[in-house]
Design a protein around this ligand. Structure first.
Ligand code: PGA
Length: 261
């Protein structure tokens, strides 16, 4: 099987104005080397995407939207569509827990967004994960199951290769409490087995699954070696150019050492 690229996404959330984003990118471009085995993706705010897209070298970085509306165009004040983002971004986050929880995004909207991204040639990064309460009540696998079924309902087998899954336990996002790597490994096994059930074993092996939630420079390597993890979705730590570039470097080095054994 072709070796999958590691994917490292920096989610800037609602940080950086246009000027700060530009300075950050200038700094990051000097720090991050182009590696054929690591795809580095930046997710700025919708406001800064346009200016960043003019400054970025797409060989070095890909861009992601943090959010978009699923219809292609129309009278939807305040919204931006995947059609309008086409050509500017290569990826888009969909169903991030902050969208599910603060903006009440439903599975129906999420599946429409996943479909809209694919329709517009953008790779959706479908974010799923249980809350702390769901984990302690033993509902983790049911939640993952439902979010996968809900999010992928409009995706055919031939389009699944465009989708990336990000597993982010909600209790780990922005809290400094990373999930134990063993729990992450078990969750990723459950995700792949659900994909196998829906789309077959080849699809289950080839889909990229990322981990996200309070990743730091210190913890990045622990998650990059979790079996079945193909990369990281980094929030807070991605706002520090030096730290983020070193996380990228770890993804590259991890690949070298696992190829050597
Ligand atoms: P965090 O965010 O790394 O700050 O926890 C991760 C995310 O929201 O995707």
């Amino acid at each position: 099987m072709v070796q999958k690229k590691k994917i490292i996404i920096g989610n800037w959330k609602m940080y950086f104005n246009v000027h700060e984003a530009s300075l950050y990118l200038h700094k990051l471009s000097k720090l991050v080397k182009i590696h054929h085995d690591v795809e580095v993706v930046l997710a700025p705010t919708i406001l800064t995407l346009q200016s960043i897209s003019l400054q970025v070298k797409y060989r070095q970085f890909k861009l992601a939207a943090q959010n978009f509306y699923w219809r292609d165009e129309g009278p939807y004040t305040g919204e931006v569509s995947a059609t309008q983002l086409r050509g500017v971004v290569q990826y888009a986050l969909v169903g991030h827990s902050e969208r599910r929880h603060f903006f009440n995004e439903s599975d129906k909207e999420i599946r429409n967004k996943v479909e809209a991204a694919v329709r517009n040639n953008i790779r959706p990064v479908l974010c799923i994960g249980e809350t702390l309460w769901e984990r302690t009540s033993g509902e983790t696998y049911d939640v993952l199951h439902n979010q996968l079924i809900g999010g992928l309902a409009n995706i055919t087998s031939s389009d699944l290769c465009k989708v990336v899954i990000a597993y982010e336990p909600v209790g780990s996002i922005g809290t400094g409490h990373t999930a134990p790597p063993n729990d992450v490994a078990a969750a990723v096994r459950a995700i792949r087995s659900q994909i196998e059930h829906l789309y077959g074993s080849e699809a289950a092996k080839s889909i990229s699954v990322l981990y996200g939630g309070s990743i730091t420079l210190e913890s990045a390597a622990d998650y990059l070696v979790v079996p079945g993890i193909d990369g990281l979705l980094v929030g807070g730590a991605s706002l520090d150019a030096i730290m983020f570039s070193q996380i990228v470097q770890k993804a590259h080095k991890g690949k070298i050492s696992s190829n050597e054994v």
